[in-house]
Design a protein around this ligand. Structure first.
Ligand SMILES: [Zn+2]
Ligand SMILES: [Zn+2]
Ligand SMILES: [Zn+2]
Ligand SMILES: [Zn+2]
Ligand SMILES: [Zn+2]
Length: 363
């Protein structure tokens, strides 16, 4: 399927169209907590003399918060506070309410999120087959602790599929820097040891990672990239036409789904070959092909069915044709892998010269 025809699927996308609800008299702040239905990702900036009818928080149907410019006694401000001793954990009222602690009211003395020293971590090859790099704790993290946040720049959605975006508000996403929490790989919420949460901070709406279990030093961290009541981003039940990275006897292989058997929880795929797999083709064909790393070709009539549990993640494949006249051949066609292995293949394929020094086990 051409990538351009796919719906944009950034982290935290919802399946229903995001629509703004009109405030009612009964509830003047209907969008508190409905982060993706708000259009602002930081508080009102022009309300220095107090909030009036042009206040962006009011227009958005939400309370004022730590990043607002209005005076602390603004009637629209939410006043959460906590009496946590030491770092705030799962019992913290501020954290639960989705607001960063404020020095003036909280006993915890927590530093602003973006200035906070977080527990140590390291990025190295993931234990999840085919997932590329992973995020590991280097010191114990207690359940309920905020241990990291996503850095990056806030951008307008451009409608394109982009797995580097994390939804922040209606029409706005965080373009995540490739550092720290970015390397947390996805597992379903019940199997994960962390979760992502929005917190209204003094800088802007932040996306933080919170431990949902006690994490030991040396343990890899996993979280689900969609809200827990949504299907995971990358581990969804594949649909016909989609591409999957699957664990084929301990080796990651790419396939295009041609059939789904929901009751048996099995799928049928046509396999795709990488440069190093070309020897599986008839010799006279294989020698005429010259694939770049990142490019794959699809076989025809080479299919297997297997349980969905073997699917590592769904993968985007562009419809560019590798050079060499493949389009004239009725047996296969080519494509370029976009997002397998923690979405690094695309970069590797584009940055000629650096493509061999990554840790991505798929390539
Ligand atoms: Zn305001
Ligand atoms: Zn405000
Ligand atoms: Zn205000
Ligand atoms: Zn607290
Ligand atoms: Zn607090």
């Amino acid at each position: 399927m051409p990538v351009s025809k796919r719906k944009r699927k950034s982290k935290y996308s919802t399946s229903s169209p995001l629509s703004r609800k009109k405030p009612t008299i009964a509830n003047a702040y209907p969008n508190d907590g409905n982060f993706l239905e708000q259009t602002t990702w930081k508080g009102c900036k022009t309300c220095i003399d107090g909030c009036n009818s042009s206040c962006t928080c009011q227009l958005d149907g939400k309370h004022c918060g730590p990043s607002c410019a209005c005076p602390p006694d603004c009637a629209h401000r939410i006043h959460l506070s906590c009496s946590c001793r030491g770092p705030c954990g799962k019992a913290c009222r501020c954290l639960k309410g989705g607001y960063a602690c404020e020095k003036e009211r909280c006993a915890c003395g927590c530093a602003p999120l973006h200035l906070r020293p977080f527990p140590g971590h390291e990025v190295k090859e993931s234990g999840l087959l085919g997932a590329g790099q992973g995020y590991y704790a280097t010191e114990p993290i207690r359940k309920g602790t905020v241990f990291g946040l996503f850095e990056g720049s806030v951008v307008r959605h451009n409608g394109e599929t982009d797995y580097n975006l994390f939804d922040l508000a209606e029409g706005y996403s965080l373009r995540c820097k490739h550092e720290g929490t970015y390397y947390i790989n996805e597992k379903r919420h019940k199997d994960a040891n962390a979760a992502f949460q929005y917190i209204e901070g003094p800088r802007r709406r932040e996306v933080v990672a919170i431990a949902t279990k006690n994490i030991q030093a040396g343990e890899e961290v996993f979280a689900q990239y969609t809200a827990t009541d949504h299907a995971p981003c990358f581990l969804t039940t594949p649909l016909v036409g989609e591409y999957v990275l699957a664990d084929a006897n301990g080796e990651p292989w790419l396939g295009q789904v041609t059939k789904v058997y929901p009751r048996k929880r099995e799928i049928l795929v046509d396999w795709l070959l990488r440069k190093q797999d070309l020897h599986h083709l008839p010799n006279e064909v294989a020698t005429t092909l010259d694939l770049e790393p990142g490019e794959v070709i699809k076989t025809r009539w080479w299919s297997d069915s297997f349980g969905m549990d073997y699917v590592i993640q769904t993968v985007l494949i562009g419809n560019q044709q590798p050079e060499g006249g493949l389009s004239n051949n009725s047996w296969w066609w080519g494509g370029k892998v976009f997002n397998a292995c923690n979405w690094e293949i695309e970069n590797k394929a584009n940055e000629k010269g650096t493509k061999d020094d990554g840790n991505c086990s798929f390539m």
